[in-house]
Design a protein around this ligand. Structure first.
Ligand code: ATP
Ligand code: MG
Length: 256
């Protein structure tokens, strides 16, 4: 059965999508079977995987509302060599339409179960909000990967996220764990980055991943070419860091 991880942080622009897409590509390079689940109406993970969100036949929206199954809605990222359950702005409507449905926080979990045997990993790219969509992600997952920038305000929203994860663990999904905090867009020349980074290590110990993702322009350029950074420029520092993170994840899941 696939191990399922949410990439979540309710802060916007902290590197969730870049992490989800490049971890998917990194794991695929390490011969893992991967499904990338785009749970954000922005559809950035879909586009970053090289799939045109404007031309989807069906998407995660239909899946969440029970009008399509995952096997029908998924598409292949040829660039990244993984499958994608794609999203576009239609998904924003699902939030409202789901209000009337039973088990509305478990729609995604139930849908993904049907293809669980076909993958080693499923990675869910969450939107920047603690919404019903994110709740569906947290209910479906075994663990959460939290990307963080090492800046002054980084820790500010973290307690809200940690409390939400604790509540979901207690009430809805006893499997759910924080797998780790991932330091992203890291700039080793900044003293503040170094300071926040060591504070994180002191505070959260081995919940902080060893891998650190540097700020690297190739990762930011890749989506406009419809490719994960890992495939766009495999020798770049950013690509290398996400491959190392993929290897660290494969190691981590053995201890789950
Ligand atoms: P949102 O909350 O809107 O979904 P997000 O958390 O998914 O945002 P991303 O879209 O991954 O964040 O990243 C935000 C911006 O930072 C993007 O322009 C992305 O290309 C850039 N970026 C992410 N990681 C890196 C990195 N390691 N180096 C350089 N740029 C990066
Ligand atoms: Mg995003």
């Amino acid at each position: 059965m696939a191990k399922i991880f949410c990439v979540a942080n309710q802060k916007g622009g902290v590197g969730k999508t870049t992490t989800a897409v490049n971890l998917a590509a990194g794991l695929a390079k390490l011969n893992q079977r991967v499904l990338l689940v785009d749970l954000d109406p922005q559809g950035n993970a879909t586009m970053g995987a090289g799939i045109n969100k404007a031309e989807l036949k069906s998407s995660i929206y239909e899946v969440m509302l029970g009008m399509a199954d995952v096997a029908t809605a998924r598409v292949r990222s040829e660039a990244g060599r993984f499958d994608v359950l794609p999203a576009n702005r239609e998904l924003a409507g699902a939030e409202v339409e789901m209000v009337e449905l039973d088990n509305r926080e478990r729609r995604l979990k139930d849908a993904l179960a049907a293809v669980g045997e076909e993958y080693d990993f499923m990675l869910i790219d969450c939107p920047p909000a603690l919404s019903m969509l994110t709740l569906n992600g947290l209910c479906a997952a075994h663990g959460v990967i939290i990307p963080m920038q090492c800046e002054y305000y980084a820790l500010e929203g973290l307690s809200d996220l940690v409390n939400t994860i604790k509540k979901v663990h207690a009430k809805l999904n006893p499997d759910l764990k924080i797998i780790g905090l991932l330091r992203v867009m890291f700039d080793p020349r900044m003293t503040l980055s170094q300071q926040v980074s060591s504070q994180l290590e002191q505070h959260f110990g081995d919940k902080v991943f060893r891998s650190i993702i540097p700020r690297n322009v190739r990762l930011a350029e890749a989506p406009s070419y419809g490719m994960p950074g890992i495939n766009f420029d495999p020798s770049s520092k950013g690509a290398q860091a996400y491959i190392a993170f993929g290897a660290e994840m494969i190691e981590r899941i053995k201890t789950l």
